[in-house]
Design a protein around this ligand. Structure first.
Ligand code: UDX
Length: 442
């Protein structure tokens, strides 16, 4: 069954959701206030790097199932389901989530809704937002109670966004009981449901919490292994072997136990801080004090990396040439938001190092937010006369590096592995000094 839907916000979340919904056979209108972005999308150009998305976008524009507009009137006229996929950035001045974009969509769209419609929120919001928005809608939509709200969080990972949207692990729906919303969303996700994907129906608050608590758990798992890395460094253990060994226990699992520079990006750091801020507002701050520790373990990794680079450079970075491989917050992405790699690069520059950065996809974004760093054209260009080479994002291109190929290019054969992603024996056998976060030699 093909459903007519609009997706508000065409960033990572909205653009992917719009294209994937069209791929499933629905008729989709992507909506954004940014006319330039809409123009690019219309011409089949994805404004960010996401493997597989450009192909799906173009295919569905050509088939006529996917189009884009800046007009809310057109969207209100066209769609029966309106997805909210706008951003909820960190508020200026504190760690809470800023809901101005979500409110702007509701306030502009609601007065235009004159017939039954479903608004399905996908953005990550503080718990309690959905019930406020339902009230806001009721006050502003001429169709009144015929306009329903559902909360339908999204769990996609950058780099795997298409797969995560087309084949989600689960579909979570927060709805008021007894409405049409639940049945309509079952039709939206019919393909995944036929494939056996769990469909979990709950109240608004729990649906909102599923998203933030999943992210809090993932962040905690990463910081747990990074805390173990600190202990390994102190006692001379190896955190990768430790992670492999504990990961064999099914109850623990090996995923998200990769120690190193820690988490960055547009979601985990911001979401755990917003979660703590919200818990404080609700009087439940004690329940989440451990997340403060999760955050500080994570931020400590960046400083630790700078210390490791300093020690491996003979005690000072002043005047040293440092090659940094990686700028994106993780591989398969050009996103540099809260990127540990760029944070470490900036800290080293402040200590007087000449930092040359190379990333396969994130150079343009990195240049925009960190224009004072030097940017290289290739790995070899970045490594020219380097006193030390740092691998800070685990792109396959860097994992596969042949140390012999850098012979005669670097000044010193010293490599620091911020992601525990290199084959250490390969580097040491080639005569390199190998250092990593969380292992004895660090
Ligand atoms: C995350 C959640 O995974 C996703 O479900 C949610 O919808 C949005 O936030 P994303 O930010 O795309 O997705 O990236 P993710 O793959 O989770 O990685 C986050 C960060 O953790 C990256 O900086 C990554 O390098 C780091 N990480 C991940 C580790 O340091 N170690 C690990 O073992 C795994």
């Amino acid at each position: 069954m093909s459903i007519r839907m609009a997706v508000f916000g065409t960033g990572y979340l909205g653009a992917t959701h719009a294209a994937c919904m069209a791929e499933l056979g629905h008729e989709v209108l992507g909506v954004d206030v940014d006319a330039e972005k809409i123009e690019r999308l219309r011409s089949g150009d994805v404004p960010f790097y996401e493997p597989g998305l450009p192909e799906i976008l173009r295919r569905n524009i050509e088939s006529g199932r996917l189009s884009f507009t800046t007009s809310y009137e057109e969207a209100a006229e066209f769609a029966d389901v309106h997805f909210l996929g706008v951003g909820t950035p960190q508020r200026r001045g504190d760690y809470g989530a800023d809901l101005k974009y979500v409110h702007a969509v509701i306030d502009t769209l609601a007065p235009l809704l004159r017939r039954p419609a479903l608004i399905a929120g996908k953005s990550t919001v503080p718990v309690g937002t959905a019930s406020d928005l339902a009230e806001r809608l009721r006050q502003r939509a001429p169709a009144g109670d015929d306009v329903e709200l559902a909360w339908n969080p999204e769990f996609l990972r950058e780099g795997y966004a298409v797969k995560d949207t087309l084949e989600p692990d689960r579909i979570v729906v927060g709805v008021k009981p007894g409405g049409q919303a639940e049945a309509l969303l079952r039709d939206v996700y019919a393909t995944a449901l036929q494939a056996g994907t769990p469909y979990l129906v709950m109240d608004y608050a729990t649906a909102e919490l599923v998203k933030v608590s999943a992210n809090a758990f993932l962040a905690t798992k990463i910081s747990f292994i990074n805390a173990m890395a600190e202990v390994c460094e102190a006692v001379g253990g190896d955190v990768t072997l430790l992670a492999d060994a504990i990961g064999y226990d099914d109850r623990i699992g090996r995923k998200f136990l990769n120690a190193g520079l820690g988490f960055g990006g547009g979601c985990l750091p911001k979401d755990i801080r917003a979660f703590m801020a919200r818990a404080g507002e609700l009087g439940a701050d004690q329940a989440l004090t451990f997340l403060r520790e999760v955050d500080s373990i994570n931020m400590r990794r960046r400083t630790r990396m700078v210390e490791l680079a300093t020690a491996a450079s003979g005690g000072s970075l002043l005047g040293k040439n440092v090659a940094v491989l990686g700028a994106a917050f993780k591989p398969q992405s050009d996103d540099v938001r809260d990127s540990p790699a760029l944070n470490v690069s900036g800290q080293m520059q402040l200590k007087g190092a000449n930092v040359s950065v190379y990333d396969p996809k994130a150079m343009d974004n990195a240049r925009k937010i960190f224009p004072t760093l030097d940017y290289a054209e290739s790995v070899t260009d970045a490594c020219e006369k380097a006193d030390i080479v740092l691998v800070l994002t685990e792109w396959q291109e860097f994992r596969d590096l042949d140390p012999a190929a850098l012979e005669g290019i670097v000044r010193n054969k010293v490599v620091a592995d911020g992601r525990n992603c290199l084959n250490a024996p390969k580097w040491t056998e080639a005569g390199w000094t190998y250092r990593a976060l969380g292992c004895a030699a660090a």
